[in-house]
Every structure is written in structure tokens, then in C-alpha cells.
Design a protein around this ligand. Structure first.
Ligand SMILES: Nc1ncnc2c1ncn2[C@@H]1O[C@H](COP(=O)(O)OP(=O)(O)OP(=O)(O)O)[C@@H](O)[C@H]1O
Length: 769
């Protein structure tokens, strides 16, 4: 049973908590006068009749009754002074009403409204010591459990007589009165401190707090989204306003293209490009997304798991990326076991993910998201593709999660079979029309039908009328917000944390590579086979005759480019859904790309060595190089640099496209450019010559030709006409400086391509499912 609770902190810092249900009345009067008021506050700053509260269908409305000191809704910069002429204003779960002088904090009375299933008494921690600490570890003065809380999250101490809160470099940050604390902030009496799902009250040199985080509530106010420009402009979300309370299990339903996913992406903060406001426990979600995102879990439609890892290993790497960096190995181990129990997959922890069934994979994706203990959980069609039994079990598990793990769960679904398990359903109609929000029974009563499927049909027939009917029925004032400029507050991370994440990513990628033995074998065998094939077609006069040597070196260079491109072209796009989800959490893209590149660097080295050594070994000709007596080392280095540049080029393509198929379709085009503009097949002039400067093949062949001293080799015709002149080409100038220049350019291309791939991967945040 959900209770509507009002916590009152008077001017002296005394806290009292009342259940609004105890009055068994719809209308409650608040004020100083005992003879008239239901909720009596004896502070002098409170008027005889301060305001009126209206309780209706689990909702709370408030009206200020022309009080002397007024009532503010909210603290901090987003607060609003309520006046009688505003009429009844809805107060949402975790909203704060404030009576009194905002400048003189002692002259304030706070009213905290919350809706909760179970009630926990407020604890009190006096600031008796110089500094008190708040964090996850039990050694803190205030211990707040939860994997998202840092071991020591923040400190409160006194500096020159003032009380100061200092964020101890926590991952998920601290809000005071809805504003992010960067470094230190002076605390004032009755400031509200928020750390993830925990609310703490600073009062008269002490702190009130609760150790169980409460479910996160969500207020969606007038969310509207338009796409396209000019005549192609269309509205895909139309003034959606609704409330979701803490620990509710909510389904967004509606026909195909009704805007369900668009709504979920907006209210989860993952696509902030909309008009209107979304408040998460009273805090602007878009404005504070960087800080709130760690309270939010998001399971996209595609699974966010790696097929070639065991379930436990997958969870281990996800935990290393998502949980605070000070989490101990034993804590990670414990948390993995906890989430496996939550999703009923303990016995499958050692199973490779590729061997799990569809339903189990969905649970595995949910487990990944549960690791960081998100309090607000979004799932996009989690039941799609599941059989009816598995679907029902999953819905029951989600309901259990909402109830037992204090989570607010919002899911998009098409099916109506198990919606009775949800606390609320949100019906969307074509054009993003908001056609209903309430429980299943209310929906049936509202649309006068026994079957939810009929509601689908009614909405599809006339969405506008359904939207109007529901809007009129709600009869409440819309709080329309304008989409102001939103600048997410960047969360600074230390270089050390970035490096640690890079190590975890590299370890995960290494493991994925080694577990995919078939692919690894293909990648390693490929250069050996190509070397053998090159030997088969090689002329016996190679390294003696100019033409045969030149074409063979060109083939060698192209082989290197192909090998590199094939290594990397699918590496990013094939895991795009996972990367997007991790990027929205904590993933650093440079670390991600580099974690792949370090392994590709080594793999490319082995491949280049195999290709060059086997080919030159089979040819059996030893020649002096530019730097050493034997040119093999120099040839190998050139091929390696060629492979690396091609790997980086592959990363660029892979970061730009959204699927492996598209990447493979683009590969021939890239190869053709390398062939045509290398300057070997055709004499290039003008634009062609200019393009050749940007191809890997040109610099690769130039270096190989210089090392092989092409200019000093005889032309074919010179066999018969020894007097024929062979003009030296600047292209193949056999000089140290020239070779180093070519190597340098190949290296530079690699670096530039890596940077471009990191930058273009940032667009991943805008990916739709
Ligand atoms: N960025 C965009 N540009 C243009 N149109 C868009 C964009 N995003 C969504 N739409 C359109 O908005 C409508 C709603 O899309 P959305 O994916 O939210 O629907 P849905 O209800 O989740 O559909 P389904 O059940 O089929 O997945 C669709 O017609 C879609 O084509």
C-alpha cells in the first residue's frame, strides 16, 4: 500500500512526519491556527491559514491561501512562488514546499512530499566532529549503501565557522537544492542534499537521512518533439504530460509508429532534443543528466551483451566500466551474484552468452544494467520475440524488481497480455498523441471496453479525439515548460580513471578476440596464404627487373591494406548498441578505440611479419636495404605501417556505419580508391595526383620501391637494348630521408584516422535503436 507522506521541518530544525492518509479527508488545511487547520505548524512565519491540500486519486494538489510569507514550490534556481490566483498546483513525489524567507535559511519551514510503499524513520547525525564523511563504506559517519555511491562520496566540515560540503571526487556527484556541487559548497540551514536516490537534510548542525534509497519519481511536463524542417516538419510527440511515482512499474503502449520509443528516449534523458521538461525526483533530468545518468538503467531492444564471453565475465567487465573505480574486487563479485539472483541466472553464470536462450539473453542484458543499481529503469520492448510463458515470467520478474529492489520501471511494449501486472499504462496514439495514463482498470473504464485491444483500435481510428477526450478528462492545469538552452555539466574524470577504464576495455577486447578462435585463425592464416599466392605469381626476375618488381611491390602493399581493413572494418559497428549504452553510462570513446587498436597493433605486426617474411623467404633473395644490410626488416616495417594505417581507416568506416553489412559494402570502394590513386597503375595529374597524397597505397608503395631501390633496376627492354636510358623516378628515391618521410606519413595517417574514428563515434549518442 502506497502512502502519501509529508515530512515537516520547522524553523528550529525539528522534524516530524505525517501520513496524509490518516486524516481520511480529501481536503486538508495547513496553518498555525489549531482550531481550523488539520496540519498545524506553530512557527510564527506560518500564516493562520497557509494553504490547502487536495488529495485526489493518489495525487496531491496545493494552493497557497494568500499567506503572509508565501509558499515556494522547490528550492534552488527552479523554485516557484505560489499565489492564490495560481489555483491548485500539483505537487509530485519528492517535491519540496518551502514557507518563509529563502535568504534567511533559519526562518524557513520545509515540507517534503513523498509517496512510498514502506516507511523508514529518519535518522539524525549531529555534526559533533570536525569533519563527517558520507559514503558507501561502513567506516563513514553516514553510510549510504548502493553500488553507485563512492566509498567516501563527500565530506561535511567546518571552515572558518561555516559548514562546508566537499565532493570527494565521487563518480555520481552531489546535488544541494537541485544544484550540482563542484568542489566545495557552503551549506545553509535546511539545505536539501541529494546523492543518487538518497535525500539528506542539513539542519541546525546535523543531518537527517534515511539509509534506504526511495524509488525515483518522474514528472513529464509538456514534452513535445518535432523532426524535419520546412514542409517536411512533423510532430512525433504532442504535449505529453504525466507522472510516474517511485517504484511504479509502467508500460508505454500503442500502435506501431505511435512514438513510444521516442517518448521513452526523451524521458530517459537519452535523447534530450525535445521541448518541455522532465523532472527526476524534482531535478531537471536534461540539465543534470551527466549526474543523474548513473541512476538510470536503459535496456535497448537489441541485447547489450557479447556473445563470446561467459555471462559472469560479461558482467565483470560491465561492472568494471560502470561501478565507481574504488569498488573492490570482492564487492564486484558480490554484486554480480546479487544481480544474477535477481534475474534468475545464477546457474548459467559460466555459460557462454551465445549458448543462452532468447529469454535468458534478455535477462542477461537486464543484469548488465542492474549492476550499477539504477533506480530508474527503462526497457525497450523487452518481451519482443519471447514466447508467452517466457514473456509472462519476465513481466513478473520486472514487477518484483520494482517492488523489492526499489526501482521505477518503464517499458515499451506492443503486447497487452500481461499489462495487469503494471501499475500504470501510458497509451500513445499516432503522431505522438498522449491518449491515456492510468492503471488497466481505469483505462478500460475510460474507454468503456473490457478489452485493451479495443482501445488500440479506437485510438488508431481517431487519435485526435482520444487525445482530446483524455486531456479534457484530466482537467488539470498543464505546466508547460519551454525548452531552454541545455548545457550538461561535464563530469570531470581523472586521467587515472580513464587509464583504468582503458585497461578494462583492452582486457575485455583481448578476451573477446581470443574466444573467437575461428576468426583469429582466419586473420592469422590470411597473410600466410596471400604470401604463398604472391610467390606463385611472382616473376623470377623480381628484384632484378624494374617492371616485375614494381608490380609485385604494389601487390604486397595492396595485400597489407586488405589485411588491415579486414581486421578492423567490423570491429566497432558490430557492437554499436553496446557501445551506445556504455557511452551513455561512463564509456570514454578514445579509450574504447585505443583498447581495440593496441590489440590490432600487435595482430597487424604478426600479420605483416608473416606476409613479408614468408614471401621474401619463398623468393629467397637477399638484398641490401637503405638502413641495414638486409632489406627484410625495412620491408616488414613498411608493410606493418601499411597494415596499421589500413586498420585505422577500417575503424573510421566502422565508426561511421551502423552495421557490419554496410561496412563490408563500403570496403570495395575504399580498396578501389587505394588501387586507382596509388600512382602505380596510372600516371596521375591534377586532382588525381592530389587524391593520391591521401591514400595509404601511395606512401606504402613509395617506401617499398625506395627500399627495393627500384630506380637502380633494369627495365625489361634493357635486356635486349642495354643502351636504353632508365630515368630515375623521384617516387622511388632510394634515400634514408625519403623512406623515413613515407613511414612518417603512414604513421600520421594512422593517428589521424584513429582521431577521426573517435570523433565520428560521438554521433552514436544520437543513434535510434
Ligand atoms: N529522428 C527522426 N526523424 C524522423 N522521423 C522520426 C524520427 N524519430 C522518429 N521518427 C518517426 O516518429 C514516429 C514514432 O517513432 P517511434 O520509433 O517512437 O514509434 P514506436 O511507437 O516506438 O514504433 P514501433 O512500435 O514500431 O517501434 C515514427 O513515424 C518514426 O518514423
Amino acid at each position: 500500500m502506497r502512502e502519501q507522506i509529508l515530512t515537516i521541518i520547522d524553523t528550529n530544525g525539528k522534524l516530524s512526519e505525517i501520513s496524509l492518509g490518516q486524516y481520511q479527508k480529501q481536503k486538508l488545511v495547513l496553518g498555525r491556527d489549531e482550531s481550523i487547520c488539520d496540519i498545524v505548524m506553530t512557527d510564527a512565519i506560518v500564516s493562520k491559514i497557509q494553504g490547502t491540500m487536495l488529495l485526489e486519486n493518489g495525487r496531491l494538489m496545493y494552493q497557497d491561501e494568500d499567506s503572509r510569507n508565501g509558499t515556494f514550490l522547490g528550492l534552488g534556481s527552479g523554485r516557484r512562488l505560489l499565489a492564490k490566483q495560481d489555483g491548485m498546483v500539483e505537487v509530485y513525489d519528492k517535491d519540496i514546499l518551502c514557507i518563509g524567507n529563502l535568504q534567511q535559511s533559519r526562518n524557513r519551514v520545509l515540507l517534503l512530499y513523498s509517496v512510498s510503499e514502506k516507511r523508514e524513520v529518519w535518522k539524525w547525525k549531529p555534526l559533533s566532529r570536525e569533519v563527517i564523511t558520507i559514503g558507501r563504506d561502513s567506516s563513514n559517519d553516514i553510510c549510504l549503501p548502493g553500488p553507485g555511491i563512492s566509498r567516501v562520496h563527500c565530506r561535511i566540515g567546518s571552515i572558518q565557522g561555516a559548514c562546508v560540503l566537499e565532493d570527494s571526487g565521487s563518480v555520481n556527484g552531489v546535488l544541494v537544492n537541485g544544484e550540482r556541487v563542484t568542489g566545495r559548497r557552503k551549506l545553509q540551514d535546511k539545505d536539501v542534499i541529494q546523492i543518487l536516490g538518497f535525500q539528506l537534510l542539513f539542519c541546525q548542525n546535523g543531518i537527517y537521512y534515511k539509509t534506504a534509497p526511495e524509488g525515483i519519481s518522474l514528472q513529464v511536463r509538456d514534452v513535445t518533439k518535432e523532426v524535419g524542417k520546412g514542409s517536411k516538419k512533423k510532430r512525433i510527440l504532442n504535449h505529453v504530460s504525466c507522472e510516474i511515482e517511485g517504484n511504479e512499474f509502467v508500460a508505454i503502449i500503442g500502435g506501431s509508429g505511435a512514438g513510444k520509443t521516442t517518448l521513452m528516449n526523451a524521458i530517459s534523458g537519452f535523447e534530450p532534443d525535445f521541448a518541455g521538461k522532465v523532472y527526476c525526483n524534482g531535478t531537471d533530468l536534461v540539465e543534470h543528466f551527466q549526474m543523474l545518468k548513473n541512476m538510470i538503467g536503459f535496456v535497448p531492444q537489441q541485447d547489450i551483451i557479447y556473445e563470446n564471453l561467459t555471462l559472469k565475465k560479461m558482467l565483470y567487465y560491465a561492472a568494471k566500466i560502470r561501478m565507481p573505480k574504488d569498488t573492490r574486487a570482492s564487492e564486484i563479485e558480490k554484486r554480480i551474484l546479487e544481480v544474477l539472483q535477481m534475474v534468475d541466472l545464477v546457474e548459467h553464470q559460466k555459460t557462454y552468452i551465445r549458448k543462452l536462450s532468447g529469454g535468458q539473453k534478455k535477462r542477461a542484458s537486464i543484469a548488465v544494467e542492474l549492476l550499477a543499481d539504477p533506480k530508474l529503469f527503462f526497457l525497450d520492448e523487452p518481451t519482443s520475440g519471447l514466447d508467452p510463458g517466457t514473456e509472462k515470467n519476465l513481466m513478473i520478474s520486472l514487477k518484483k524488481l520494482a517492488r523489492q529492489q526499489n526501482k521505477t520501471i518503464i517499458m515499451v511494449t506492443h503486447t497487452t497480455a500481461n499489462l495487469h501486472l503494471c501499475d500504470k499504462i501510458i497509451f500513445m496514439g499516432p503522431g505522438g498523441r498522449f491518449c491515456f495514463c492510468g492503471n488497466v482498470e481505469e483505462a478500460k473504464a475510460f474507454y468503456q471496453t473490457d478489452d485493451l485491444v479495443n482501445i488500440y483500435n479506437m485510438i488508431a481510428e481517431d487519435p485526435e479525439a482520444c487525445e482530446r477526450k483524455y486531456r479534457n478528462a484530466r482537467q488539470r492545469e498543464k505546466n508547460s515548460g519551454t525548452a531552454g538552452e541545455r548545457k550538461p555539466i561535464p563530469v570531470k574524470r581523472s586521467k587515472n580513471a580513464r587509464f583504468q577504464q582503458f585497461l578494462v576495455l583492452a582486457q575485455r577486447y583481448g578476451e573477446l578476440m581470443f574466444h573467437d578462435t575461428q576468426r583469429l585463425l582466419v586473420l592469422l592464416l590470411q597473410p600466410c596464404l596471400i604470401a604463398a599466392l604472391l610467390y606463385v605469381v611472382a616473376d623470377k626476375d623480381i628484384f632484378k627487373i624494374y617492371e616485375s618488381t614494381k608490380s609485385m611491390l604494389f601487390a604486397l602493399s595492396c595485400s597489407g591494406i586488405w589485411i588491415g581493413l579486414f581486421n578492423s572494418i567490423q570491429e566497432i559497428c558490430k557492437e554499436r548498441t553496446i557501445v551506445k549504452r556504455e557511452y551513455m553510462a561512463n564509456l570514454r570513446l578514445p579509450g574504447y578505440v585505443m583498447s581495440k587498436f593496441v590489440f590490432q597493433f600487435a595482430l597487424g605486426g604478426i600479420q605483416a611479419a608473416a606476409l613479408t617474411m614468408i614471401f621474401l623467404g619463398l623468393i629467397g633473395k637477399k638484398r641490401a636495404g637503405i638502413f641495414f644490410n638486409n632489406f627484410t626488416m625495412e620491408m616488414f616495417l613498411t608493410v606493418w605501417l601499411t597494415v596499421l594505417a589500413a586498420i585505422a581507416l577500417g575503424f573510421v568506416l566502422s565508426a561511421m556505419v551502423r552495421s557490419g553489412d554496410k561496412a563490408m559494402a563500403a570496403a570495395p570502394f575504399v580498396l578501389i580508391i587505394q588501387l586507382l590513386f596509388s600512382g602505380i597503375l596510372f600516371q596521375l595529374k591534377g586532382a588525381g595526383k592530389l587524391i593520391s597524397y591521401f591514400t595509404v597505397s601511395r606512401w606504402s608503395v613509395e617506401a617499398l620501391g625506395s627500399i627495393a631501390k627500384l630506380n637502380r633496376l633494369d627495365l625489361k627492354l634493357q635486356k635486349d637494348y642495354p643502351m636504353l636510358e632508365h630515368e630515375a623516378e623521384a617516387f622511388f628515391k632510394a634515400a634514408k630521408g625519403h623512406v623515413v618521410q613515407c613511414w612518417g606519413i603512414l604513421l600520421l595517417m594512422t593517428v589521424v584516422c584513429l582521431v577521426v574514428s573517435m570523433i565520428s563515434l560521438r554521433r552514436i549518442a544520437k543513434d535510434r535503436r
